[in-house]
Ligand binder design. Structure first.
Ligand SMILES: Cc1ncc(COP(=O)(O)O)c(C=O)c1O
Length: 406
């Protein structure tokens, strides 16, 4: 007996995936194709499982896809944030300002640097940080603050306005672009990719399987600042001079390098980067498919509240499709969907209302984020979901609204 479930069929060592239409539809899922598998196998057959050439190739791809000057791959998106905060000087006496409506990692990565977190409420139309009250959130010395703009669901924050605030107040500006690889926004009359604008200090990506492209686990920091890139290189490579060295597949490597600061092992492996580079080549197609699915949800789901879908000045990358249930009953709806094999999720229960954060900072009020957290659910949205599966989701949502209305 396997630890979970029934004994495996001994006739075949590889289980064929069940057609998705018969299976459980999670809110997010990777799209892995034969060429992705071949790329990983080629990495496995190469001399370099890590510290080889594939991480550099993936980083070059990320620079090309976003326009950012530097891209540094790391172990996951949370580590990307932590190293970006550290590279920008975060530590005790510093404040990290972000939206209450985000993933835990945006905030926990800040606390591990010794900084404190101050949360702001959201703009109800987008789920992004409301810029009302930003100056107060940055505290008396905004030069010791980092504002973290989380592009919720893949819709960019108002970066034009955030950059205005940055010029006035002098804080550092990080994009938490874990949801937003492929999003673009207008500043100064032209469109920019995440991490591309020269006044953005850093942008952080995640390559978890529910994201636009995956490496299994993985993340990256994008930056246009040479000094930040150099510091990140060192931090991800044990604080050693030269950071991560390679190749490390039998060729000679330096036998001594000075450790200059307290760093981490945050290296991505070549096996992961091989998958990442193969996936990245499909980003335009994946985005197109996400866009089409989102448009269908918007058209089909009357009676639900939809979030801002972006426009020509803010191109959405559609990591999530969130709807809000207009009245009470969201939790019952999630159970109704679960019974129909549809795994809707909640993005997010506001971080400052989590027990640990409540103990640390006390009870605070975020009317917008709390209302969103009570009424929102994220629907299945991923390349390969297909029209038939999406119809299943739509039918379940429509029938629930009809039942509630009856
Ligand atoms: C907004 C946001 N920031 C950061 C992260 C952290 O990324 P990872 O899971 O790769 O650590 C996530 C992951 O879901 C996220 O959604």
């Amino acid at each position: 007996m396997l630890p979970f479930g029934e004994p495996r069929d001994r006739g075949s060592s590889v289980e064929e995936p069940a057609p998705v239409s018969e299976g459980y539809l999670g809110y997010g899922r990777q799209c892995i194709e034969d060429d992705d598998i071949e790329a990983v196998v080629a990495a496995l057959r190469s001399p370099h499982l890590t510290q080889g050439p594939r991480v550099a190739a993936f980083e070059a791809g990320l620079r090309a896809a976003t326009g950012a000057r530097h891209a540094l791959c790391v172990t996951n998106g949370t580590t990307a944030l932590q190293l970006a905060y550290l590279a920008l000087g975060a530590g005790p006496g510093h404040t990290i300002v972000t939206a209450a409506n985000t993933f835990l990692g945006t905030a926990t990565a800040a606390l591990w640097t010794g900084a404190e977190v101050r949360f702001g409420d959201i703009d109800r139309n987008t789920g992004n940080l409301s810029l009302d009250g930003l100056a107060e959130l940055c505290g008396p010395d905004p030069t010791r603050a980092i504002v973290v703009a989380v592009h919720f669901a893949g819709l960019p924050c108002d970066m034009e306005q955030l950059l205005e605030w940055k010029r006035q107040l002098g804080f550092r500006l990080v994009e938490d672009a874990a949801h937003a690889l492929g999003a673009r926004y207008s500043v100064g009359g032209r469109m920019w990719g995440v991490g591309e604008h020269p006044e953005i200090d850093a942008a952080c990506l995640s390559f978890h399987p529910v994201k636009q492209v995956t490496t299994g686990e993985g993340g990256a920091v994008l930056t246009s600042r040479d000094d930040v890139a150099a510091r990140l290189e060192r931090l991800r490579g044990h604080g050693m001079e030269g950071g991560v060295v390679g190749p490390f597949g039998g060729e000679p490597t330096p036998w001594f390098r000075a450790m200059l600061e307290l760093g981490f092992n945050a290296r991505m492996s070549d096996v992961q980067a091989a998958l990442g580079a193969s996936q990245l080549a499909k980003l335009p197609r994946f985005l197109e498919e996400r866009r089409a699915l989102a448009a269908r949800y918007r058209a089909a789901l009357d009676g639900y509240e939809h979030l801002d879908g972006g426009d020509a000045r803010r191109e959405h990358a559609w990591h999530l499709y969130c709807v809000r249930v207009p009245d009470v009953g969201r939790d019952e709806l999630i159970e109704h969907l679960q019974r129909a094999g549809i795994g809707a999720q909640v993005h997010y229960v506001p971080v400052p209302t989590q027990p640990w954060f409540r103990l640390r900072y006390g009870a605070q009020s975020f009317p917008g984020a709390e209302d969103h957290g009570r009424r929102t659910l994220s629907l299945p949205l991923w390349p390969g979901l297909g029209r038939r599966n999406q119809e299943r989701v739509i039918d379940a949502l429509v029938s629930w609204r009809q039942r509630v209305a009856a």
